[in-house]
Design a protein around this ligand. Structure first.
Ligand code: SF4
Length: 538
C-alpha cells in the first residue's frame, strides 16, 4: 500500500444501453483503476472501458468473492469499481459490499472511501416501455428463493396483492426455478381480477428486448425467464392502445378531458372533497360505529396476513376496501328514441345500486353517478342494453326531438351523425345542440346554444340562444335552407372555432357576441325589451 486512500465505487449502470447510463456512472467507470463485475455486466459496459484498466470478471454466483476482492483492492489504495446493472442498491452489489465492510469494522471516517452511484432500476426501465404502470404505490418482489425462504416471499406476495400495490417481480423464473412464478400467479389471483394487465419485459433497452402485454390469467402462456421483469397492475391499471396505464389517483378528483378542472387545487385538499382520506374515515367511524374504515380494514387484513392470524383471504371487493372512482355519465334511450324499456331500467338500477345516484335532467337524459373500479364494464353493459351513454361536463350534447315518435324520420340520420361526431366533444362551457325534425320545432331547438330545424328537406340554423335568466332569448336565426350534406361540416366548423377561441367558461352566446361573426354569420344583439308599468298585479 502506497499510503493513498483507496476508493470503492459501487456503480449502477442502468439497463445496459449507453444512453441510459448516468453521467456520474460514466465518470466513475472512467475513474476506476480496477473494475469488477459479473461477466455479462462487464460485456455491457465494455465500450466504456480503457485498455489500462484491470477488469475482473466473475460468474453469477460469485458475488461475495467479488465484494471481498473489491474491498481488498481498495484497501491497497486503488480506485475500484464494482458494477451492477440497474441500480447498485436494488438487488445489486451495494448491500453486499457494505456487509463485507461491516465485517471488517470499516468506518466512513477512517476506512476507504465508498460511493454508491445510482442507476435506472428494472422497475423504472421496464415501466417506461410498458406505458405508465407505476403511477401509484408499487413494490418489487424477487421470486428468487436462493437467499430468501419461499414462505417469506409468499407472505410478501399475499400482502402486496391484498394491499393493491403495483408489483414488479424480479427474478421470476430460471431453468431450475419454474414453480415460483406459478405460485405467485395463484396468490395474486386471490386479490386481483384475471384480466388485470400484466407486462413482461425482457432485456429492456438491450439488443434482444421484448415486450409482451398480457393479463394475470394468461401471463404464464408467454415466455418468462431470468431476464424478464414482470409488472402486475393494481385494480385501477388499464390498457390503452397497447400500453399499461395506472391512474394517478384512485378517487377521481379531476376530469381528464376538461381544460378547467371542476375542483381548483386548493379545493381538492378540503376534507369534504376527500371522503376517502384518513380524517374522513375516522369521522365516519365516530358517526357509524358499526362500519369499519377502509384504512383500518386494510391494515388489519395486511397485518393478519403477515402474522398468519387472519381467516382465509377473501377478494378485495368482499373485504370492503376496494379503491373506487366516482364515474359520472349521462344515459338515454337514444338520439331520437325517448322510450326507455323496463329491462333497460332494470339494468340501470342494478348498476346504480345502493351507492349510486340517478337524476332525471331537463335534457332528456338520466345523469348517473356511481362509485366503481371498472367504468368500462358499466358502459359496456348499458350499451349492450341498447342505451346511449355520454360524458357530462363541459361537452357538446345533442338534444333531439322524438321526430313524432319516429314518424318524421327523414332527419334522424343527420341527428345521429352529429351526435356521433360531436357528442361529448370538449368545449369551453357545456353546449347544447337542439335538433328538431320539422318546422314546428316543438322540442325547442331555437332555445339552445345552436338550433337546427329540419324544414322542407333543408335546415334552418339558429345561433346563440340564452336559455336561462331574466334576459333569456331564443337563438338568432342566421340561415335558412342549408343543404343536408352541408350541415355536418358547418356545425363542425362552428364547434371548432368555439373550442379553439372560446375563453374558459365562456358560454356560446357570449362567445358569439364577442367574436361578432362565425362562419360568416354576423352577431346581432337580441331586441331590447321595453319595460312598462304593469296595469294590474305586481
Ligand atoms: S319538432 Fe316536428 S318532428 Fe320533432 S317531434 Fe316536434 S313535430 Fe315532430
Amino acid at each position: 500500500m502506497d499510503g493513498k486512500r483507496g476508493k470503492l465505487l459501487i456503480i449502477g449502470f442502468g439497463p445496459g444501453s449507453f444512453e441510459h447510463i448516468t453521467q456520474r456512472a460514466r465518470e466513475a467507470i472512467e475513474e476506476c483503476e480496477v473494475i469488477l463485475g459479473y461477466t455479462t455486466y462487464v460485456e455491457l459496459v465494455r465500450g466504456l472501458l480503457r485498455e489500462d484498466q484491470i477488469v475482473v470478471q466473475t460468474g453469477m454466483t460469485e458475488e461475495v468473492g467479488r465484494a471481498q476482492e473489491a474491498v481488498r483492492q481498495a484497501e491497497q489504495g486503488k480506485v475500484v469499481g464494482v458494477i451492477s446493472s440497474g441500480d447498485a442498491g436494488v438487488y445489486g452489489m451495494a448491500g453486499l459490499v457494505y456487509e463485507v465492510l461491516m465485517e471488517k469494522g470499516w468506518t466512513e471516517k477512517e476506512g476507504i472511501a465508498v460511493e454508491v452511484i445510482p442507476g435506472i432500476s428494472a422497475i423504472n426501465s421496464c415501466a417506461s416501455l410498458l406505458g405508465a404502470p407505476i403511477m401509484h404505490d408499487a413494490c418489487t418482489i424477487s421470486l428468487s428463493d436462493h437467499l430468501t425462504p419461499w414462505e417469506l416471499i409468499a407472505k410478501r406476495l399475499e400482502a402486496a396483492g391484498q394491499a393493491d400495490f403495483v408489483i414488479a417481480l424480479y427474478n421470476p423464473k430460471s431453468g431450475r426455478r419454474t414453480r415460483q412464478i406459478e405460485e405467485a400467479q395463484r396468490i395474486l389471483l386471490k386479490y386481483r381480477s384475471p384480466d388485470t394487465p400484466v407486462g413482461l419485459v425482457k432485456s429492456a433497452y438491450r439488443e434482444r428486448q421484448s415486450i409482451v402485454i398480457t393479463d394475470l390469467a394468461h401471463m404464464l402462456d408467454h415466455e418468462i425467464g431470468m431476464l424478464t421483469t414482470v409488472i402486475i397492475g393494481n385494480n385501477s391499471t388499464r390498457l390503452y392502445d397497447g400500453k399499461m396505464i395506472t391512474p394517478r389517483g384512485y378517487q377521481r378528483k379531476y376530469t381528464l378531458n376538461a381544460d378547467k378542472q371542476a375542483l381548483a387545487p386548493h379545493q381538492r385538499l378540503r376534507p369534504e372533497n376527500e371522503p376517502w382520506a384518513l380524517h374522513s374515515v375516522f369521522a365516519g367511524e365516530q358517526e357509524q360505529q358499526a362500519e369499519k374504515s377502509y384504512t383500518r380494514a386494510l391494515a388489519e387484513e395486511a397485518l393478519g396476513k403477515l402474522y398468519g392470524t387472519a381467516p382465509e383471504s377473501i377478494p378485495l371487493e368482499t373485504a370492503g376496501f376496494v379503491q373506487e372512482s366516482i364515474f359520472e355519465f349521462a344515459v338515454s334511450p337514444g338520439v331520437a328514441n325517448k322510450k326507455i324499456t323496463a329491462q333497460q331500467m332494470l339494468v340501470l338500477a342494478e348498476i346504480v345500486g345502493e351507492k349510486g345516484t340517478m337524476e332525471y335532467t331537463p335534457h332528456h337524459q338520466i345523469r348517473v353517478s356511481v362509485p366503481t373500479v371498472k367504468p368500462e364494464e358499466i358502459t359496456a353493459k348499458l350499451r349492450a342494453a341498447g342505451l346511449l351513454v355520454q360524458p357530462v361536463g363541459d361537452v357538446v350534447t345533442l338534444k333531439a326531438c322524438d321526430f313524432c315518435d319516429g314518424e318524421k324520420r327523414d332527419a334522424i340520420p343527420y341527428a345521429e351523425q352529429i351526435d356521433e361526431l360531436f357528442g361529448g366533444m370538449q368545449v369551453p362551457k357545456e353546449l347544447k345542440i337542439g335538433f328538431n325534425g320539422c318546422g314546428m320545432a316543438c322540442y325547442g331547438a331555437v332555445t339552445e346554444d345552436i338550433g337546427l330545424v329540419f324544414r322542407k328537406g333543408k335546415f334552418d340554423l339558429f345561433l346563440g340562444a340564452k336559455t336561462t335568466g331574466r334576459n333569456a332569448h331564443v337563438g338568432q336565426p342566421v340561415a335558412e335552407g342549408i343543404e343536408p350534406e352541408e350541415v355536418v361540416g358547418l356545425i363542425e366548423r362552428i364547434l371548432r372555432k368555439y373550442k379553439e377561441e372560446g375563453h374558459p367558461n365562456e358560454r356560446f352566446h357570449k362567445f358569439f357576441k364577442r367574436v361578432k361573426e362565425i362562419e360568416g354569420f354576423k352577431h346581432e344583439d337580441a331586441p331590447v325589451r321595453v319595460l312598462v308599468e304593469a296595469v294590474c298585479g305586481d
